[in-house]
Design a protein around this ligand. Structure first.
Ligand SMILES: Cc1ncc(COP(=O)(O)O)c(C=O)c1O
Length: 461
């Protein structure tokens, strides 16, 4: 007997799973602030971002108008997420996608796009918007050269803000029971903030719409000065900020724009992941930083929603890679742990030590071979003392018989111990006083050593 499909709860295709994303209360990163702050988790969309919402509408509009025919190609200039939204809808509907992307975007985004069958053309980031090499101009050229193709045109296509007016805005209004006072988001094309802003202000003109804009983008300055002032600063946050004014960015729905640095964005996004368990990308950190700054002035009565645009998975090789964060000087030194510096030590093995009954000659050999200046003296896993090259040398020069004496006859007191999870500032305090090195311990065992040289080398890097 055939089963009754009506009794099965399912979606006709992946496309109807887009939207209706959850609202989650933030509890820790908001500590000390009075308003209720909720996150709208756009990473829960099937393609992992707010941009899934616009892909289908843009494609269906082109189909309706006869601009896109079966077997056609959709071309788009994208920081990656819109490309994904289009690629998902394209996969379901049978269209080919070609995405042009500036080379600052993460390799993960390129790989995900290719996984969906899209073609990716990487273009230089550091060229003006109107340059023939820019990702937007290359996309236009591909459309001219490809038969039966359309440009999705997210920067000028009003279907973009309309999609958010139709879905994101009403969802937020309903989820807050109409009690929202502040909405905060980043601006890439401006589609999200314009669509949501328009909807919320139609419902209640007192709702304030706030944006976080990366330092180096021209949007905040334009908003207040009404002048386009070129910026030569390249910032690292992806997907938001602009060097031109997009046609779908409707400033009349925005009340305030705050400038946020890359460092603030990445550090906050990482905190959201670690403290709230919400895995997000850098632009979510930008939006949250703006939200928290505005929230400082608000009261218990205020309700704020901050839109978190995408997931952290597509930035594993960047903002979630400590080496990348360190190279870009985004890590906050006060929060760096001993573990962090210890694990980034270039010299291996991480602990070279000597037995108390080994000879001074052996100790000097070890020091020489490893190009170090001191050694912890360790007896069956316990630190019993320390020796320094200069002391051993002067003693042995005065009395050569000491070359064959045991190390414990010349050793000094042990190096102090610091735990892997202690802050590096603790170790620096000890090192800057009288100790040339500290022993690193974990679970009661000595697992390594940090010398003055190790910490200075780390700081210089
Ligand atoms: C990661 C990320 N955050 C935020 C946005 C901003 O969305 P909108 O283009 O609707 O302003 C984008 C847009 O590409 C994005 O990729």
């Amino acid at each position: 007997m055939l089963k009754d499909i009506k009794n099965i709860q399912y979606h006709e295709s992946i496309l109807s799973t887009i939207g209706k994303t959850p609202l989650v209360k933030l509890n820790k990163v908001t500590r000390g602030l009075k308003p209720q702050i909720f996150a709208k988790l756009e990473s829960v969309n099937p393609g992992g971002s707010n941009k899934d919402r616009i892909g289908v509408d843009i494609i269906e509009d082109a189909e309706r108008e006869g601009r896109l025919k079966p077997g056609g190609t959709i071309v788009e200039a994208t920081s990656g997420n819109t490309g994904l939204g289009l690629a998902i809808a394209g996969a379901v509907k049978g269209y080919h996608c070609i995405c042009t992307m500036p080379d600052k975007m993460s390799i993960e985004k390129i790989r995900i796009l290719r996984a969906y069958g899209a073609e990716v053309v990487v273009t230089p980031t550091a060229v003006p918007h109107e340059s023939p090499e820019s990702y937007t101009e290359v996309a236009k050229r591909i459309v001219r050269e490809t038969p039966n193709s359309i440009l999705a045109n997210q920067y000028y296509n009003q279907k973009n803000p309309e999609a958010h007016y139709k879905t994101t805005g009403p969802e937020i209004w309903d989820q807050t029971g109409g009690q929202i006072d502040y909405f905060v988001a980043g601006i890439g094309t401006g589609g999200t903030i314009s669509g949501v802003g328009r909807y919320l202000k139609e419902k209640n003109p007192n709702v304030k719409i706030i944006a976080g804009d990366p330092k180096g983008s021209i949007l905040r300055d334009y908003f207040y000065s009404k002048k386009v002032t070129p910026s030569f600063k390249v910032y690292k946050v992806e997907g938001i900020g602009q060097d031109f004014i997009p046609g779908v960015l409707h400033f009349q729905f925005i009340d305030e724009i705050l400038e946020i640095s890359d460092k603030e964005s990445f550090v906050l996004a990482r905190r959201l992941t670690r403290e709230e368990g919400i895995f997000v990308g850098g632009s979510s950190g930008t939006a949250l930083a703006a939200a928290l700054k505005v929230a400082e002035q608000l009261t218990e009565k205020d309700v704020m929603v901050v839109l978190l645009a995408d997931s952290g998975e597509r930035y594993l090789s960047k903002m979630y890679d400590d080496d990348w964060m360190r190279e870009n000087r985004f890590l906050i030194p006060e929060r760096i742990t001993v573990r962090f510096v210890h694990e980034s030590k270039k010299t291996l093995p991480r602990l070279i030590s000597i037995d108390p009954v080994a000879t001074v000659r052996k100790a000097l050999d070890l020091i020489n071979q490893n190009n170090i200046s001191q050694l912890p003296v360790i007896d069956k896993g316990t630190s019993v003392g320390s020796v320094e090259e200069s002391d051993l040398m002067s003693a042995a020069l005065e009395n050569p018989a000491l070359f064959d004496a045991p190390v414990n006859s010349l050793m000094k007191s042990s190096f102090p111990r610091v735990h892997l999870d202690e802050l590096i500032s603790q170790a620096i305090q000890l090192l800057s006083k009288k100790h040339p090195a500290v022993l690193v311990e974990d679970d009661g065992k000595i697992v390594g050593i940090l010398t003055r040289y190790d910490v200075i080398e780390y700081m210089a890097r």
